[in-house]
Design a protein around this ligand. Structure first.
Ligand SMILES: Nc1ncnc2c1ncn2[C@@H]1O[C@H](COP(=O)(O)OP(=O)(O)O)[C@@H](O)[C@H]1O
Ligand SMILES: [Mg+2]
Length: 329
């Protein structure tokens, strides 16, 4: 049975019509049930929220034929509470979500929510996941720009395709995501490129500026140093997602165990001491390796042997990757 205070806050939020608070209260109930080891109930509640969310979250086919080759629509599944973030970053994102949920109040004071974000950091540390979770929190579609469709062999084409993307993003609320933005953004500085490319990039930046505040544009970059300051300044919120700290890696392992009733059989601290994971995505792959084997061997209750074995495999694997990247550098 959910705690009385959580139920009261849920009902209060529903009667006030505060969507953000409703979501928070539901998240609170789910994590409370998890803490009480009611995993089945927690999973069931989480999947009800996912499947029966507000109508805007299940828009069906939202891309039409004219735009399908330029955008990829992903139903946002990731949730903000699942992502490991520094307190500072979490606060920034939560503040932004609140601005959007309470946009009417802001509007009555002549204010609008911020809607231009840049995520910076090495691969595998949550740029795409955070953009998806943001779409989920805002309850809007997550639209990823497809560069293979965008960049035409004639530059004039690229500009008109870009226009199409932004026209689309103006018609409805969404999170519009440009991955590896340095690929597009840096062209401006390349002297050997024609003036036309520069015009395309300048027009992209103008379109970003002109996007109505109900749609959010997120650009991600592994190499922010490649972007010039005129590009940087456009983005009201810049979030750095660096390599994980030891404490964050430990937190990830603990969450992973808890969510799946899996026991690694070794303390999380020992695992991260023995393998130097350099991204959350590497650690997630490691966890999946252990889990997969543990399920097949029916060892979820104590997967110590499997964990030990995977630690050795991963140490070798990471050595190879590091040697290769030194060689490439
Ligand atoms: N901060 C994080 N917290 C939890 N999981 C993460 C985090 N960062 C990355 N992951 C996991 O690693 C995988 C790759 O992350 P992704 O968002 O694609 O990284 P990026 O876009 O920065 O390259 C995702 O599937 C996600 O589950
Ligand atoms: Mg990514």
């Amino acid at each position: 049975m959910a705690r009385a205070d959580l139920l009261i806050s849920l009902i209060k939020s529903i009667s006030k019509g505060d969507q953000l608070a409703v979501r928070r209260a539901i998240d609170g109930i789910i994590s409370d049930e998890r803490e009480n080891k009611h995993h089945l109930l927690a999973d069931r509640l989480a999947s009800i929220v996912r499947e029966n969310g507000e109508p805007t979250r299940r828009p069906g086919r939202i891309l039409n034929d004219g735009i399908e080759h330029l955008l990829y629509h992903r139903m946002p599944e990731r949730r903000l509470p699942e992502i490991i973030l520094s307190q500072k970053n979490r606060a920034v994102i939560e503040e932004l979500v609140e601005e959007h949920h309470r946009a009417d109040l802001l509007k009555s004071y002549g204010l609008i929510p911020r809607n231009r974000l840049m995520f910076i950091g090495p691969p595998g540390n949550g740029k795409t996941t955070l953009a998806e979770a943001l779409a989920n929190e805002l309850m809007v579609p997550f639209l990823i720009v497809r560069y293979e469709g965008l960049i035409g062999s004639f530059l004039g084409e690229t500009a008109s395709r870009l226009q199409k993307i932004f026209d689309f993003a103006c018609q409805q609320k969404c999170v519009l995501f440009f991955d590896e933005f340095d690929v597009v953004g840096k062209e401006r500085g390349d002297t050997h490129e024609t003036g036309e490319i520069k015009r395309v990039v300048s027009s992209l930046l103008l379109q970003i500026d002109a996007l109505p505040s109900y749609s959010v544009v997120v650009v991600a970059s592994n190499h922010a140093q490649l972007l010039d300051s005129a590009v940087w300044r456009r983005f009201q919120i810049r979030i750095e997602l660096p390599r994980p700290t030891q404490a964050q890696l430990i937190g990830f392992l603990q969450n992973y165990e808890e969510e799946r009733s899996l026991k690694f059989g070794l303390h999380a601290r020992t695992i991260v001491k023995r393998v130097s994971f350099d991204s959350f995505s590497a650690l997630e792959d490691f966890c999946r390796d252990v889990y997969r084997r543990a399920v097949l061997d029916r060892q979820q209750d104590n997967a110590r042997k499997i964990t030990e074995c995977k630690i050795l495999q991963w140490r070798d694997q990471l050595k190879i990757t590091k040697a290769t990247s030194r060689h490439d550098a």
